[in-house]
Design a protein around this ligand. Structure first.
Ligand SMILES: [Zn+2]
Length: 573
């Protein structure tokens, strides 16, 4: 067997050397190529034939691949890296957010009311007004009438009487609805909070209009029902618009592969139609997020590996163990420092997640569980450990199961990731945008020893895949890279900088590690001959420019399968 492999390599080697085979469809020359491949870490040029990288080397080496048909891009000293891989974000959610009201820049509640009023003026009666990205902690002053910082919905209800309004919190783990939306959802003073959720009431029992965690579904379902009532063509058109917006956004950011962190089977059917008509412009991996019975029935039929020319893969399952820190939904081992007696919440019982883990193993799916709080992470690690023990025939490392966010970890849980081969799918940018309230929520000790501790995890041998959780954050990999290596917030203060990644590590987390976390490291993630030609060209070298210059980096080209799909001067193709 070994002999055969060696002779095969020898033959291929000779073959590649034959001059008549030294031709390329695309060459990038005069660049600074960062390959993320230890064999040839740096080069000047890359040659691509069809969809595959055929050579990496000096400009003069690569010029040998030029024929009359070769497209030559002289990148004039710019930097080439493997295409950015977004390892955890929400595909249609990103599109939706781009199309809906963006509330993330509002400095106070009044500004949001004004935005809603304006949208209501343009909307038809009964049409839903959707917004996303508000965060009460980021406003310059609290709303006049508030409960624990949350605005009451009175003003929102007055802003429009004829349109239901749903405004999702920046964390994605809470929303505020107006009275019209609540009436459509059938929520009133007597509606009990569902398990794992909270219909927020003030001390005299008055509904604030805020819904947290599982309670959000009351309003979301009413909205979905209205959406479902639309004729299929209209629905399809809306989803297509969202997908379009997400793809264009991703390509402009140099993202070549996108791991969608949870879509139901119906949405996956839609993705399949996109792939069938060659409308997917980037590689999309999908985690299935649907109910247990549907998964039990459908998982075998829905597994897709490199479907549609390698653009659609479905082999992950998403589960949620808890909520988010901002909305105090993260499930903690000890009380929140700013809310004694409260430890957040478990949104799916460990037993249920364990059942899904069995389904995943039996159907050959990768399990990806959202865990933010230290308790949630411990529970998920326990579930993984127990499941692996039940299946000693499988090497747990080969399953590449993931914990999404892995945000707060006790020192004793940190080594368990590398030990079992669990990938930490973290978001560098979450650390710096959460920084203003982490110490408030958890106190100084937990913030320092448990929070966003990617340095500790890497030192212990953990694979970290990076991403933005868009639309929670902007899809921007450069901003996330900067956060990962500096841990600096907008005002320049560094949040426990001792946990920073090196720049090389951050680049790996966005390329080869992302490929590994999606089972694509054999074909993607580095600029290596034989791998697919997914490349991103940057205006400057993010490994060597001064730290405060990193954010000025521009995306010049995004190349997928050897084709230029975005060009700074020409836009998305
Ligand atoms: Zn997410």
């Amino acid at each position: 067997m070994k002999y055969k492999l060696l002779s095969l390599l020898f033959i291929t080697g000779l073959f590649m050397g034959c001059s008549e085979n030294k031709h390329a469809d695309l060459i990038l020359i005069n660049g600074n190529v960062i390959t993320v491949d230890e064999n040839i870490p740096r080069a000047e040029a890359v040659a691509v034939r069809n969809d595959t990288i055929v050579a990496v080397g000096s400009t003069s080496d690569i010029n040998d691949y030029k024929t009359d048909k070769t497209k030559v891009i002289d990148i004039k000293g710019a930097t080439v890296i493997p295409g950015f891989i977004e390892s955890h974000a929400h595909f249609l959610g990103t599109g939706k957010a781009l199309l809906n009201l963006d509330l993330s820049k509002a400095e106070n509640w009044d500004e949001i009311i004004a935005m809603v009023s304006e949208a209501a003026d343009k909307a038809l009666p009964g049409e839903w007004i959707i917004g996303r990205g508000w965060h009460q902690e980021k406003w310059v002053e609290p709303p006049m009438k508030n409960f624990n910082g949350y605005p009451y919905n009175d003003q929102l209800s007055r802003a429009t009487q004829f349109n239901p309004v749903m405004l999702v919190h920046a964390s994605g783990h809470a929303l505020i609805a107006n009275k019209e939306a609540m009436a459509i959802a059938g929520v009133n003073e007597n509606t009990p909070s569902p398990e794992g959720g909270d219909i927020v009431r003030d001390s005299s029992g008055v509904l604030v209009g805020v819904f947290r965690e599982n309670a959000m579904q009351l309003i979301e379902k009413a909205y979905e029902k209205a959406f479902d009532k639309l004729p299929p063509q209209k629905r399809y058109a809306i989803m297509k618009k969202q997908a379009e917006a997400a793809m264009n956004n991703a390509l402009q950011y140099g993202i070549t592969m996108f791991y969608d962190a949870g879509s139901d089977f119906e949405t996956i059917d839609f993705f399949k139609t996109l792939a069938d008509s060659a409308l997917l412009k980037l590689r999309l991996n999908v985690m299935v997020y649907d109910n247990y019975d549907k998964m039990k029935k459908n998982l075998p039929d829905y597994k897709l590996l490199d479907y549609g020319n390698g653009f659609l893969t479905v082999r992950g399952i998403k589960q949620f163990a808890d909520g988010a820190l901002g909305s105090r939904g993260a499930w903690m081992l000890e009380d929140y420092s700013d809310m004694p007696g409260w430890r957040g919440m478990c949104v799916t019982s460990p037993n249920e997640i364990a059942k899904v883990a069995e389904l995943a193993i039996r159907n050959g799916y990768q399990l990806c569980v959202h865990a933010i709080g230290d308790r949630a992470n411990r529970e998920v690690l326990n579930i993984y450990e127990k499941t692996f023990k039940k299946h000693p025939e499988i090497d747990s490392h080969s399953l590449r199961w993931r914990i999404e966010h892995a945000q707060h970890l006790t020192p004793q849980d940190k080594p368990r990731f590398a030990k079992m081969g669990i990938i930490a799918a973290m978001q560098g940018i979450h650390a710096t945008s959460d920084a203003p309230f982490v110490v408030e929520r958890l106190g100084e000790k937990r913030a320092r020893t448990e929070s966003y501790c990617w340095r500790d995890l890497i030192n212990l041998g953990t694979i970290i895949a990076n991403g933005t959780d868009s639309p929670v954050e902007k899809l921007d990999p450069i901003a996330c890279f900067y956060a990962s290596v500096t841990r600096k917030t907008k005002d320049g203060t560094a949040f426990y900088p001792e946990q920073a990644m090196t720049r090389e590590e951050a680049l790996r987390s966005y390329t080869i590690n992302g490929a590994y976390a999606a089972f694509k490291d054999k074909i993607l993630g580095s600029i290596t001959p034989g791998k697919l030609a997914d490349l991103t060209v940057l205006s400057q070298d993010i490994l060597s420019v001064p730290e405060d210059e990193i954010l000025k980096t521009k995306i010049l080209y995004t190349i997928i399968d050897g084709k230029v799909v975005y060009e700074r001067n020409g836009g998305v193709r």
